[in-house]
Design a protein around this ligand. Sequence first.
Ligand SMILES: Cc1cc2nc3c(=O)[nH]c(=O)nc-3n(C[C@H](O)[C@H](O)[C@H](O)COP(=O)(O)OP(=O)(O)OC[C@H]3O[C@@H](n4cnc5c(N)ncnc54)[C@H](O)[C@@H]3O)c2cc1C
Ligand code: SF4
Length: 511
Amino acid sequence: MSHYDIIIIGTGAGGGTILHKLKDSGKKILVLERGTFMPQEKENWDTEEVFRKERYHTKEVWKTNGDEDLHPGTGYWVGGNTKVYGAALLRLREKDFEEIQHAGGISREWPLKYKDFEPYYTEAEKLFQVHGKMGLDPTDPYRSEEYPYKEVSHEPRIQELHDDLVKEGVNPFYIPLGVKLNESDAIKSACIRCNTCDGFPCLLHAKSDADINCVRPSTAFENVTLLTNAKVIRLNTNVSGNEILSVDVEIVTELNQFTADIFILSAGAINSAVVLLNSANDAHPNGMANKSSQVGRNFMKHNSMAMIGISTKPNPTVFQKTLAINDYYWGDEEFKFPMGHIQLLGKSNKEMISADAPFITPGFVLGEMVTHSIDWWMTGEDLADPDNRVSVIDGKIHLEYKENNLEGFERLVDKLKKILYRIDSGYSFLPHSLYFTKNIPLAAVGHQCGTARFGNNENTSVLDINCKAHEINNLYVVDGSFFPSSGAVNPSLTIIANALRVGDHLLSIMK
Ligand SMILES: Cc1cc2nc3c(=O)[nH]c(=O)nc-3n(C[C@H](O)[C@H](O)[C@H](O)COP(=O)(O)OP(=O)(O)OC[C@H]3O[C@@H](n4cnc5c(N)ncnc54)[C@H](O)[C@@H]3O)c2cc1C
Ligand code: SF4
Protein backbone atom coordinates (compact mmCIF):
# COMPACT_ATOMS: atom_id res chain seq x y z
CA MET A 1 0.00 0.00 0.00
CA SER A 2 1.50 3.38 -1.01
CA HIS A 3 1.46 6.36 1.34
CA TYR A 4 1.03 10.00 0.24
CA ASP A 5 1.03 13.35 1.99
CA ILE A 6 -2.18 14.36 0.25
CA ILE A 7 -4.82 12.45 -1.71
CA ILE A 8 -7.20 14.47 -3.92
CA ILE A 9 -10.37 12.77 -5.15
CA GLY A 10 -11.80 14.24 -8.37
CA THR A 11 -10.32 16.73 -10.83
CA GLY A 12 -13.19 19.13 -11.62
CA ALA A 13 -13.50 22.81 -10.74
CA GLY A 14 -12.73 22.11 -7.06
CA GLY A 15 -10.27 19.18 -7.25
CA GLY A 16 -8.35 20.40 -10.30
CA THR A 17 -7.95 23.86 -8.76
CA ILE A 18 -6.71 22.68 -5.38
CA LEU A 19 -4.23 20.40 -7.15
CA HIS A 20 -2.91 23.43 -9.00
CA LYS A 21 -2.60 25.33 -5.70
CA LEU A 22 -0.74 22.51 -3.91
CA LYS A 23 1.39 21.14 -6.75
CA ASP A 24 4.54 23.06 -5.89
CA SER A 25 4.27 22.49 -2.14
CA GLY A 26 6.78 19.64 -2.50
CA LYS A 27 4.22 17.33 -0.89
CA LYS A 28 3.68 13.88 -2.37
CA ILE A 29 0.23 14.14 -3.95
CA LEU A 30 -1.95 11.35 -5.37
CA VAL A 31 -4.92 12.36 -7.53
CA LEU A 32 -7.70 9.81 -7.98
CA GLU A 33 -10.05 10.46 -10.91
CA ARG A 34 -12.73 7.99 -11.93
CA GLY A 35 -12.79 9.24 -15.53
CA THR A 36 -10.12 9.37 -18.21
CA PHE A 37 -8.80 12.30 -20.23
CA MET A 38 -11.55 13.30 -22.62
CA PRO A 39 -10.60 12.23 -26.15
CA GLN A 40 -9.71 15.13 -28.45
CA GLU A 41 -11.79 14.03 -31.43
CA LYS A 42 -14.02 15.47 -34.15
CA GLU A 43 -17.06 14.36 -32.15
CA ASN A 44 -16.20 17.04 -29.55
CA TRP A 45 -17.98 19.50 -31.85
CA ASP A 46 -20.66 17.21 -33.26
CA THR A 47 -24.14 18.24 -32.07
CA GLU A 48 -25.66 14.85 -32.79
CA GLU A 49 -22.98 13.10 -30.74
CA VAL A 50 -22.87 15.59 -27.89
CA PHE A 51 -26.54 16.48 -27.45
CA ARG A 52 -28.58 13.67 -28.93
CA LYS A 53 -26.35 10.69 -28.23
CA GLU A 54 -24.97 12.18 -25.00
CA ARG A 55 -21.51 10.91 -25.90
CA TYR A 56 -19.85 12.52 -22.89
CA HIS A 57 -22.48 11.75 -20.27
CA THR A 58 -22.24 8.85 -17.87
CA LYS A 59 -24.41 5.84 -18.68
CA GLU A 60 -25.15 5.43 -14.97
CA VAL A 61 -28.81 5.25 -14.07
CA TRP A 62 -29.80 6.85 -10.79
CA LYS A 63 -33.20 6.73 -9.09
CA THR A 64 -35.72 9.43 -8.24
CA ASN A 65 -39.31 9.57 -6.92
CA GLY A 66 -38.72 6.24 -5.24
CA ASP A 67 -37.94 3.85 -8.05
CA GLU A 68 -38.05 5.97 -11.25
CA ASP A 69 -34.95 5.88 -13.46
CA LEU A 70 -32.96 9.10 -13.76
CA HIS A 71 -30.35 9.58 -16.50
CA PRO A 72 -28.08 12.29 -15.13
CA GLY A 73 -26.74 14.99 -17.45
CA THR A 74 -23.24 14.73 -16.04
CA GLY A 75 -19.96 13.13 -17.04
CA TYR A 76 -16.79 11.72 -15.47
CA TRP A 77 -13.63 13.10 -17.02
CA VAL A 78 -10.35 14.67 -16.00
CA GLY A 79 -11.58 18.24 -15.54
CA GLY A 80 -15.04 17.10 -14.46
CA ASN A 81 -17.99 19.08 -15.78
CA THR A 82 -15.78 22.03 -16.69
CA LYS A 83 -14.92 20.04 -19.85
CA VAL A 84 -18.34 20.88 -21.24
CA TYR A 85 -19.33 23.98 -19.31
CA GLY A 86 -20.13 27.33 -20.90
CA ALA A 87 -17.19 28.94 -19.03
CA ALA A 88 -19.40 31.79 -17.76
CA LEU A 89 -17.38 32.64 -14.66
CA LEU A 90 -19.27 35.04 -12.40
CA ARG A 91 -18.75 36.07 -8.79
CA LEU A 92 -21.57 35.79 -6.28
CA ARG A 93 -22.83 39.23 -5.18
CA GLU A 94 -22.01 40.60 -1.68
CA LYS A 95 -25.59 40.07 -0.52
CA ASP A 96 -25.55 36.42 -1.64
CA PHE A 97 -23.38 35.78 1.43
CA GLU A 98 -26.06 37.20 3.76
CA GLU A 99 -29.41 35.85 4.86
CA ILE A 100 -31.92 37.00 2.24
CA GLN A 101 -35.68 36.91 2.22
CA HIS A 102 -36.98 35.45 -1.03
CA ALA A 103 -40.63 35.18 -2.01
CA GLY A 104 -40.35 31.43 -1.39
CA GLY A 105 -38.44 31.53 1.91
CA ILE A 106 -35.07 32.35 3.42
CA SER A 107 -31.72 31.96 1.68
CA ARG A 108 -29.12 30.93 4.26
CA GLU A 109 -26.30 33.15 5.42
CA TRP A 110 -22.73 32.02 4.66
CA PRO A 111 -20.26 31.76 7.57
CA LEU A 112 -17.76 33.82 5.52
CA LYS A 113 -18.49 36.94 3.56
CA TYR A 114 -17.71 38.33 0.12
CA LYS A 115 -14.65 40.17 1.47
CA ASP A 116 -13.17 36.79 2.49
CA PHE A 117 -13.65 35.49 -1.06
CA GLU A 118 -12.69 38.62 -3.01
CA PRO A 119 -8.90 37.98 -3.18
CA TYR A 120 -9.59 34.39 -4.24
CA TYR A 121 -12.08 35.46 -6.92
CA THR A 122 -9.31 37.68 -8.29
CA GLU A 123 -6.85 34.75 -8.22
CA ALA A 124 -9.47 32.45 -9.78
CA GLU A 125 -10.11 34.87 -12.65
CA LYS A 126 -6.38 34.94 -13.40
CA LEU A 127 -6.05 31.14 -13.24
CA PHE A 128 -9.05 30.61 -15.54
CA GLN A 129 -8.13 33.57 -17.80
CA VAL A 130 -11.47 35.32 -17.47
CA HIS A 131 -12.42 38.02 -20.00
CA GLY A 132 -14.81 40.71 -18.81
CA LYS A 133 -15.37 44.39 -18.15
CA MET A 134 -16.11 45.83 -14.72
CA GLY A 135 -18.61 48.58 -13.99
CA LEU A 136 -21.40 47.53 -16.36
CA ASP A 137 -23.32 44.99 -14.27
CA PRO A 138 -25.45 47.01 -11.83
CA THR A 139 -25.19 44.26 -9.20
CA ASP A 140 -21.43 43.72 -9.61
CA PRO A 141 -19.77 43.24 -6.25
CA TYR A 142 -16.70 45.24 -5.25
CA ARG A 143 -13.57 44.16 -7.18
CA SER A 144 -9.96 44.90 -6.26
CA GLU A 145 -8.84 44.63 -9.90
CA GLU A 146 -10.22 44.86 -13.43
CA TYR A 147 -10.72 41.50 -15.18
CA PRO A 148 -7.38 40.04 -16.30
CA TYR A 149 -8.50 39.92 -19.97
CA LYS A 150 -10.57 42.26 -22.13
CA GLU A 151 -14.26 41.44 -22.57
CA VAL A 152 -15.35 39.12 -25.40
CA SER A 153 -17.00 41.42 -27.95
CA HIS A 154 -20.57 41.10 -29.21
CA GLU A 155 -21.17 40.12 -32.83
CA PRO A 156 -23.31 42.67 -34.76
CA ARG A 157 -26.75 41.12 -34.04
CA ILE A 158 -25.93 40.85 -30.34
CA GLN A 159 -24.61 44.42 -30.30
CA GLU A 160 -27.94 45.46 -31.83
CA LEU A 161 -29.77 43.47 -29.13
CA HIS A 162 -27.57 45.19 -26.54
CA ASP A 163 -28.42 48.64 -27.92
CA ASP A 164 -32.15 47.83 -28.03
CA LEU A 165 -32.01 46.64 -24.42
CA VAL A 166 -30.26 49.84 -23.35
CA LYS A 167 -33.04 51.87 -25.02
CA GLU A 168 -35.48 49.90 -22.83
CA GLY A 169 -33.55 51.02 -19.73
CA VAL A 170 -31.86 47.62 -19.22
CA ASN A 171 -28.15 47.39 -18.30
CA PRO A 172 -26.70 44.46 -20.25
CA PHE A 173 -23.08 43.53 -19.57
CA TYR A 174 -20.43 41.26 -21.08
CA ILE A 175 -20.54 37.72 -19.66
CA PRO A 176 -17.22 37.07 -17.87
CA LEU A 177 -15.86 34.17 -19.92
CA GLY A 178 -12.98 31.72 -19.52
CA VAL A 179 -11.89 31.31 -23.14
CA LYS A 180 -8.37 31.76 -24.52
CA LEU A 181 -9.38 34.36 -27.07
CA ASN A 182 -7.15 37.13 -28.40
CA GLU A 183 -9.36 39.38 -30.50
CA SER A 184 -6.63 41.88 -31.26
CA ASP A 185 -4.26 39.25 -32.71
CA ALA A 186 -6.03 36.29 -34.28
CA ILE A 187 -2.73 34.45 -34.93
CA LYS A 188 -2.07 34.36 -31.19
CA SER A 189 -5.62 33.28 -30.32
CA ALA A 190 -6.17 29.65 -29.31
CA CYS A 191 -9.93 30.20 -29.40
CA ILE A 192 -11.60 30.68 -32.77
CA ARG A 193 -15.01 31.90 -31.49
CA CYS A 194 -16.88 28.89 -32.83
CA ASN A 195 -20.56 27.93 -32.50
CA THR A 196 -19.91 24.74 -30.50
CA CYS A 197 -18.70 25.95 -27.11
CA ASP A 198 -21.46 26.05 -24.48
CA GLY A 199 -22.22 22.42 -23.60
CA PHE A 200 -19.47 21.04 -25.88
CA PRO A 201 -15.86 20.13 -25.08
CA CYS A 202 -13.33 22.36 -26.87
CA LEU A 203 -11.59 20.48 -29.67
CA LEU A 204 -8.79 23.08 -29.60
CA HIS A 205 -8.31 23.01 -25.80
CA ALA A 206 -8.97 26.76 -25.88
CA LYS A 207 -11.59 26.77 -23.14
CA SER A 208 -10.30 27.44 -19.63
CA ASP A 209 -11.28 24.20 -17.93
CA ALA A 210 -9.88 22.42 -14.90
CA ASP A 211 -8.12 19.82 -17.06
CA ILE A 212 -6.22 22.21 -19.33
CA ASN A 213 -5.62 25.06 -16.88
CA CYS A 214 -4.93 23.04 -13.73
CA VAL A 215 -4.48 19.28 -14.03
CA ARG A 216 -2.19 18.92 -17.08
CA PRO A 217 0.28 21.58 -15.91
CA SER A 218 0.32 19.99 -12.43
CA THR A 219 1.10 16.47 -13.63
CA ALA A 220 4.44 17.79 -14.92
CA PHE A 221 5.52 18.00 -11.26
CA GLU A 222 7.40 14.92 -10.01
CA ASN A 223 5.59 14.93 -6.68
CA VAL A 224 2.18 14.62 -8.39
CA THR A 225 0.74 11.25 -9.45
CA LEU A 226 -2.55 11.12 -11.33
CA LEU A 227 -4.46 7.85 -11.58
CA THR A 228 -7.36 7.88 -14.04
CA ASN A 229 -10.09 5.24 -14.19
CA ALA A 230 -9.73 5.28 -10.41
CA LYS A 231 -13.14 5.38 -8.73
CA VAL A 232 -13.11 6.03 -5.00
CA ILE A 233 -15.49 3.69 -3.21
CA ARG A 234 -15.02 4.55 0.46
CA LEU A 235 -12.89 6.25 3.08
CA ASN A 236 -11.69 4.33 6.14
CA THR A 237 -11.04 5.88 9.58
CA ASN A 238 -9.15 4.96 12.72
CA VAL A 239 -11.18 3.30 15.52
CA SER A 240 -12.23 6.56 17.17
CA GLY A 241 -13.31 7.90 13.78
CA ASN A 242 -11.52 11.26 13.97
CA GLU A 243 -8.96 10.60 11.25
CA ILE A 244 -9.12 9.11 7.75
CA LEU A 245 -6.45 6.45 7.33
CA SER A 246 -7.04 5.13 3.84
CA VAL A 247 -9.17 5.20 0.74
CA ASP A 248 -10.56 2.20 -1.19
CA VAL A 249 -10.32 2.72 -4.94
CA GLU A 250 -11.54 0.65 -7.85
CA ILE A 251 -8.94 1.01 -10.60
CA VAL A 252 -10.63 -0.36 -13.72
CA THR A 253 -12.00 -3.43 -11.91
CA GLU A 254 -9.35 -4.03 -9.27
CA LEU A 255 -9.72 -2.84 -5.67
CA ASN A 256 -6.74 -0.87 -4.28
CA GLN A 257 -6.05 1.00 -1.07
CA PHE A 258 -3.93 4.10 -0.49
CA THR A 259 -3.07 5.93 2.72
CA ALA A 260 -2.36 9.62 3.26
CA ASP A 261 -2.05 12.34 5.88
CA ILE A 262 -4.66 14.62 4.29
CA PHE A 263 -7.66 13.67 2.11
CA ILE A 264 -9.41 16.17 -0.14
CA LEU A 265 -12.74 14.97 -1.49
CA SER A 266 -13.95 16.77 -4.63
CA ALA A 267 -16.10 14.33 -6.56
CA GLY A 268 -18.89 16.86 -7.25
CA ALA A 269 -21.72 17.63 -4.82
CA ILE A 270 -23.65 14.46 -5.58
CA ASN A 271 -20.79 11.97 -5.73
CA SER A 272 -18.96 13.42 -2.73
CA ALA A 273 -22.13 12.84 -0.70
CA VAL A 274 -22.27 9.30 -2.12
CA VAL A 275 -18.67 8.60 -1.07
CA LEU A 276 -19.34 9.94 2.45
CA LEU A 277 -22.56 7.97 2.82
CA ASN A 278 -20.91 4.80 1.50
CA SER A 279 -18.13 5.21 4.07
CA ALA A 280 -20.34 4.56 7.12
CA ASN A 281 -18.54 2.59 9.83
CA ASP A 282 -18.92 1.96 13.57
CA ALA A 283 -17.66 5.46 14.42
CA HIS A 284 -19.82 7.08 11.72
CA PRO A 285 -22.93 4.89 11.52
CA ASN A 286 -24.94 7.37 9.37
CA GLY A 287 -22.14 8.00 6.91
CA MET A 288 -18.75 9.65 7.25
CA ALA A 289 -18.79 13.08 8.95
CA ASN A 290 -22.57 12.91 9.23
CA LYS A 291 -23.31 13.49 12.90
CA SER A 292 -25.35 16.52 11.81
CA SER A 293 -27.34 14.31 9.42
CA GLN A 294 -26.77 16.97 6.72
CA VAL A 295 -24.61 14.90 4.34
CA GLY A 296 -26.51 14.57 1.07
CA ARG A 297 -29.24 16.98 2.20
CA ASN A 298 -29.89 20.55 1.00
CA PHE A 299 -29.09 19.54 -2.58
CA MET A 300 -29.52 22.57 -4.85
CA LYS A 301 -29.18 22.93 -8.62
CA HIS A 302 -30.81 26.28 -9.48
CA ASN A 303 -34.17 26.95 -10.99
CA SER A 304 -33.12 27.17 -14.59
CA MET A 305 -34.59 27.47 -18.03
CA ALA A 306 -33.20 27.55 -21.53
CA MET A 307 -35.40 29.44 -23.95
CA ILE A 308 -35.32 30.28 -27.63
CA GLY A 309 -36.77 33.63 -28.66
CA ILE A 310 -37.70 33.72 -32.33
CA SER A 311 -37.20 37.17 -33.80
CA THR A 312 -38.33 38.67 -37.11
CA LYS A 313 -34.68 39.68 -37.62
CA PRO A 314 -32.12 37.11 -38.76
CA ASN A 315 -29.39 36.17 -36.28
CA PRO A 316 -26.20 35.08 -38.06
CA THR A 317 -24.18 35.17 -34.81
CA VAL A 318 -21.57 32.43 -34.45
CA PHE A 319 -20.36 32.89 -30.85
CA GLN A 320 -23.46 34.13 -29.07
CA LYS A 321 -22.67 33.71 -25.36
CA THR A 322 -21.49 37.27 -24.72
CA LEU A 323 -24.35 39.18 -23.07
CA ALA A 324 -25.99 38.95 -19.65
CA ILE A 325 -28.55 40.88 -17.58
CA ASN A 326 -28.67 41.21 -13.81
CA ASP A 327 -31.14 44.11 -13.51
CA TYR A 328 -33.73 41.88 -11.85
CA TYR A 329 -31.33 39.83 -9.73
CA TRP A 330 -32.69 41.38 -6.53
CA GLY A 331 -36.19 42.15 -7.86
CA ASP A 332 -37.70 45.30 -9.31
CA GLU A 333 -40.25 48.00 -8.61
CA GLU A 334 -43.18 45.58 -8.84
CA PHE A 335 -41.61 42.59 -7.11
CA LYS A 336 -39.34 43.24 -4.14
CA PHE A 337 -37.80 39.77 -3.91
CA PRO A 338 -34.89 38.26 -5.85
CA MET A 339 -35.69 36.97 -9.33
CA GLY A 340 -32.40 35.80 -10.84
CA HIS A 341 -29.87 36.03 -13.61
CA ILE A 342 -30.20 36.08 -17.41
CA GLN A 343 -27.48 35.20 -19.95
CA LEU A 344 -27.20 34.25 -23.58
CA LEU A 345 -26.47 30.67 -24.51
CA GLY A 346 -24.37 29.31 -27.32
CA LYS A 347 -26.25 29.59 -30.62
CA SER A 348 -28.64 26.72 -31.18
CA ASN A 349 -28.78 24.80 -34.44
CA LYS A 350 -31.42 22.69 -36.17
CA GLU A 351 -30.42 19.44 -34.47
CA MET A 352 -30.64 20.98 -31.00
CA ILE A 353 -34.06 22.54 -31.35
CA SER A 354 -35.67 19.69 -33.26
CA ALA A 355 -35.90 17.89 -29.89
CA ASP A 356 -38.08 20.72 -28.54
CA ALA A 357 -40.13 21.71 -31.57
CA PRO A 358 -43.52 20.07 -32.09
CA PHE A 359 -43.06 16.61 -33.64
CA ILE A 360 -44.66 17.63 -36.95
CA THR A 361 -42.49 20.72 -37.54
CA PRO A 362 -40.92 20.33 -41.00
CA GLY A 363 -37.14 20.66 -41.40
CA PHE A 364 -37.28 23.90 -43.42
CA VAL A 365 -39.34 25.55 -40.65
CA LEU A 366 -36.77 24.45 -38.08
CA GLY A 367 -34.06 25.93 -40.30
CA GLU A 368 -35.95 29.23 -40.53
CA MET A 369 -36.49 29.27 -36.75
CA VAL A 370 -32.81 28.71 -36.09
CA THR A 371 -31.65 31.50 -38.41
CA HIS A 372 -33.90 33.93 -36.50
CA SER A 373 -33.51 32.68 -32.95
CA ILE A 374 -31.69 34.11 -29.96
CA ASP A 375 -31.01 31.63 -27.16
CA TRP A 376 -31.26 32.45 -23.48
CA TRP A 377 -30.43 30.80 -20.18
CA MET A 378 -32.00 31.95 -16.92
CA THR A 379 -31.18 30.90 -13.40
CA GLY A 380 -33.00 31.62 -10.16
CA GLU A 381 -31.96 30.62 -6.68
CA ASP A 382 -33.44 27.41 -5.29
CA LEU A 383 -33.46 27.27 -1.50
CA ALA A 384 -31.77 24.67 0.70
CA ASP A 385 -34.36 22.07 1.72
CA PRO A 386 -33.23 19.13 3.86
CA ASP A 387 -35.66 16.87 1.99
CA ASN A 388 -33.96 17.62 -1.33
CA ARG A 389 -31.30 15.03 -0.95
CA VAL A 390 -28.86 12.49 -2.24
CA SER A 391 -29.00 9.07 -0.65
CA VAL A 392 -27.71 5.61 -1.41
CA ILE A 393 -30.21 2.77 -1.20
CA ASP A 394 -29.16 -0.80 -2.00
CA GLY A 395 -26.05 0.54 -3.68
CA LYS A 396 -28.03 2.89 -6.00
CA ILE A 397 -27.79 6.69 -6.03
CA HIS A 398 -31.15 8.28 -5.24
CA LEU A 399 -31.82 11.95 -5.89
CA GLU A 400 -35.01 13.41 -4.48
CA TYR A 401 -35.83 17.02 -5.34
CA LYS A 402 -38.92 19.18 -5.01
CA GLU A 403 -38.75 22.57 -6.73
CA ASN A 404 -39.08 25.68 -4.58
CA ASN A 405 -38.89 29.48 -4.75
CA LEU A 406 -40.37 29.54 -8.25
CA GLU A 407 -42.39 32.75 -8.13
CA GLY A 408 -39.48 35.16 -8.61
CA PHE A 409 -37.99 32.95 -11.30
CA GLU A 410 -41.24 32.73 -13.25
CA ARG A 411 -41.53 36.51 -13.08
CA LEU A 412 -37.99 36.77 -14.46
CA VAL A 413 -38.86 34.57 -17.44
CA ASP A 414 -42.01 36.60 -18.04
CA LYS A 415 -40.10 39.86 -17.73
CA LEU A 416 -37.52 38.81 -20.33
CA LYS A 417 -40.19 37.61 -22.75
CA LYS A 418 -42.03 40.94 -22.53
CA ILE A 419 -38.86 42.95 -23.13
CA LEU A 420 -37.86 40.81 -26.10
CA TYR A 421 -41.33 41.12 -27.56
CA ARG A 422 -41.16 44.90 -27.27
CA ILE A 423 -37.78 45.15 -28.98
CA ASP A 424 -38.70 42.62 -31.68
CA SER A 425 -36.19 40.03 -30.50
CA GLY A 426 -38.80 37.43 -29.66
CA TYR A 427 -42.33 37.17 -31.09
CA SER A 428 -42.53 33.51 -30.19
CA PHE A 429 -40.76 31.40 -27.55
CA LEU A 430 -39.74 27.77 -27.38
CA PRO A 431 -38.39 25.89 -24.37
CA HIS A 432 -34.94 24.51 -25.08
CA SER A 433 -34.06 21.25 -23.38
CA LEU A 434 -30.51 21.76 -24.55
CA TYR A 435 -27.88 19.70 -22.78
CA PHE A 436 -30.28 17.30 -21.22
CA THR A 437 -32.47 15.29 -23.51
CA LYS A 438 -34.04 13.13 -20.82
CA ASN A 439 -36.02 13.65 -17.64
CA ILE A 440 -35.84 17.42 -17.53
CA PRO A 441 -35.45 19.20 -15.22
CA LEU A 442 -33.95 16.99 -12.49
CA ALA A 443 -31.40 15.32 -14.78
CA ALA A 444 -29.91 18.75 -15.34
CA VAL A 445 -27.57 18.53 -12.36
CA GLY A 446 -24.83 20.74 -13.85
CA HIS A 447 -25.17 23.34 -11.08
CA GLN A 448 -25.32 20.79 -8.22
CA CYS A 449 -24.28 22.10 -4.80
CA GLY A 450 -25.06 22.17 -1.08
CA THR A 451 -24.80 18.52 0.01
CA ALA A 452 -22.11 19.09 2.68
CA ARG A 453 -22.49 22.73 3.59
CA PHE A 454 -19.92 24.66 5.57
CA GLY A 455 -20.74 26.55 8.75
CA ASN A 456 -19.77 27.32 12.31
CA ASN A 457 -22.28 25.03 13.96
CA GLU A 458 -21.42 21.33 13.81
CA ASN A 459 -25.05 20.40 14.44
CA THR A 460 -26.27 22.13 11.28
CA SER A 461 -23.31 21.86 8.91
CA VAL A 462 -20.87 19.19 7.73
CA LEU A 463 -17.75 21.29 7.16
CA ASP A 464 -16.09 24.06 9.14
CA ILE A 465 -15.10 27.36 7.55
CA ASN A 466 -11.91 25.81 6.16
CA CYS A 467 -14.06 23.13 4.50
CA LYS A 468 -12.64 20.51 6.89
CA ALA A 469 -15.20 17.98 8.16
CA HIS A 470 -16.16 19.02 11.71
CA GLU A 471 -15.68 15.52 13.03
CA ILE A 472 -12.54 14.51 11.16
CA ASN A 473 -9.09 16.07 11.50
CA ASN A 474 -7.78 15.37 8.01
CA LEU A 475 -10.77 15.38 5.61
CA TYR A 476 -11.56 18.39 3.39
CA VAL A 477 -14.31 18.81 0.76
CA VAL A 478 -13.76 21.43 -1.97
CA ASP A 479 -16.35 20.85 -4.71
CA GLY A 480 -19.77 22.52 -4.88
CA SER A 481 -20.94 20.62 -1.76
CA PHE A 482 -19.93 23.41 0.61
CA PHE A 483 -22.48 26.03 -0.62
CA PRO A 484 -24.99 26.98 2.14
CA SER A 485 -27.13 28.69 -0.53
CA SER A 486 -26.97 28.61 -4.31
CA GLY A 487 -27.19 32.31 -5.32
CA ALA A 488 -28.35 32.76 -8.90
CA VAL A 489 -25.14 32.99 -10.93
CA ASN A 490 -23.24 30.02 -12.36
CA PRO A 491 -21.32 28.31 -9.55
CA SER A 492 -17.86 27.43 -10.93
CA LEU A 493 -15.93 30.62 -10.14
CA THR A 494 -17.03 30.36 -6.50
CA ILE A 495 -15.98 26.69 -6.38
CA ILE A 496 -12.61 27.61 -7.91
CA ALA A 497 -12.10 30.59 -5.56
CA ASN A 498 -12.99 28.44 -2.55
CA ALA A 499 -10.55 25.70 -3.58
CA LEU A 500 -7.80 28.33 -3.80
CA ARG A 501 -8.80 29.59 -0.35
CA VAL A 502 -8.74 26.10 1.20
CA GLY A 503 -5.46 25.43 -0.61
CA ASP A 504 -3.96 28.50 1.07
CA HIS A 505 -5.17 27.23 4.44
CA LEU A 506 -3.57 23.83 3.84
CA LEU A 507 -0.29 25.41 2.75
CA SER A 508 -0.26 27.43 5.97
CA ILE A 509 -0.86 24.43 8.24
CA MET A 510 1.57 22.14 6.37
CA LYS A 511 4.54 24.55 6.73
C1 LIG B 1 -23.42 21.66 -19.81
C2 LIG B 1 -22.95 22.40 -18.62
C3 LIG B 1 -22.69 23.77 -18.73
C4 LIG B 1 -22.24 24.46 -17.60
N1 LIG B 1 -21.92 25.79 -17.75
C5 LIG B 1 -21.41 26.46 -16.70
C6 LIG B 1 -20.97 27.80 -16.84
O1 LIG B 1 -21.04 28.40 -17.92
N2 LIG B 1 -20.46 28.42 -15.75
C7 LIG B 1 -20.34 27.80 -14.54
O2 LIG B 1 -19.90 28.44 -13.56
N3 LIG B 1 -20.73 26.52 -14.38
C8 LIG B 1 -21.24 25.84 -15.43
N4 LIG B 1 -21.59 24.53 -15.28
C9 LIG B 1 -21.43 23.91 -13.96
C10 LIG B 1 -19.98 23.51 -13.68
O3 LIG B 1 -19.51 22.64 -14.67
C11 LIG B 1 -19.91 22.87 -12.30
O4 LIG B 1 -20.44 23.79 -11.35
C12 LIG B 1 -18.50 22.53 -11.86
O5 LIG B 1 -17.83 21.74 -12.81
C13 LIG B 1 -18.59 21.78 -10.53
O6 LIG B 1 -17.30 21.57 -10.03
P1 LIG B 1 -17.06 20.42 -8.96
O7 LIG B 1 -15.63 20.41 -8.63
O8 LIG B 1 -18.06 20.57 -7.86
O9 LIG B 1 -17.50 19.06 -9.72
P2 LIG B 1 -17.04 18.47 -11.14
O10 LIG B 1 -16.48 19.52 -12.01
O11 LIG B 1 -18.20 17.70 -11.66
O12 LIG B 1 -15.87 17.46 -10.75
C14 LIG B 1 -16.09 16.28 -10.05
C15 LIG B 1 -14.95 15.33 -10.39
O13 LIG B 1 -14.97 14.18 -9.55
C16 LIG B 1 -14.82 13.00 -10.34
N5 LIG B 1 -15.45 11.92 -9.57
C17 LIG B 1 -16.78 11.75 -9.31
N6 LIG B 1 -16.94 10.68 -8.50
C18 LIG B 1 -15.72 10.17 -8.25
C19 LIG B 1 -15.25 9.06 -7.48
N7 LIG B 1 -16.09 8.29 -6.80
N8 LIG B 1 -13.91 8.81 -7.47
C20 LIG B 1 -13.03 9.59 -8.16
N9 LIG B 1 -13.43 10.64 -8.90
C21 LIG B 1 -14.76 10.94 -8.92
C22 LIG B 1 -15.50 13.36 -11.65
O14 LIG B 1 -15.13 12.53 -12.71
C23 LIG B 1 -15.02 14.81 -11.82
O15 LIG B 1 -13.73 14.87 -12.37
C24 LIG B 1 -22.06 23.80 -16.37
C25 LIG B 1 -22.31 22.43 -16.27
C26 LIG B 1 -22.75 21.72 -17.37
C27 LIG B 1 -23.01 20.25 -17.24
S1 SF4 C 1 -15.47 29.18 -28.77
FE1 SF4 C 1 -13.27 28.97 -28.42
S2 SF4 C 1 -13.11 27.95 -26.42
FE2 SF4 C 1 -15.18 27.65 -27.15
S3 SF4 C 1 -15.15 25.64 -28.15
FE3 SF4 C 1 -14.82 27.24 -29.76
S4 SF4 C 1 -12.60 27.42 -29.90
FE4 SF4 C 1 -13.04 26.34 -27.98
